[in-house]
Design a protein around this ligand. Structure first.
Ligand code: SF4
Ligand code: SF4
Length: 66
């Protein structure tokens, strides 16, 4: 079970939705044009979201630093 944390910098996020598309376990959804990690507990630590985000807005404690 995922025990880390996912943070999204709302200043950086432009709502492109790429994290929503790429996450294999549907962790993200868009609310009011910003990504939110509604289902963070489902994260399998693949780090695809961190890599895909064009704005570098996502920090996942299991995916190391930038
Ligand atoms: S990929 Fe990054 S910029 Fe795009 S919606 Fe997700 S967090 Fe926001
Ligand atoms: S690390 Fe992978 S499973 Fe976890 S939120 Fe990102 S894309 Fe989804």
């Amino acid at each position: 079970m995922f025990s880390g944390t996912i943070e999204i910098d709302k200043e950086k996020c432009d709502g492109c939705g790429e994290c929503v598309e790429i996450c294999p376990t549907q962790v993200y959804e868009l609310k009011k044009g910003k990504a939110v990690s509604t289902n963070a507990q489902e994260c399998i630590e693949c780090c695809a979201c961190v890599e895909v985000c064009p704005q570098n807005a996502i920090t996942n404690s299991s995916c190391g630093g930038g």
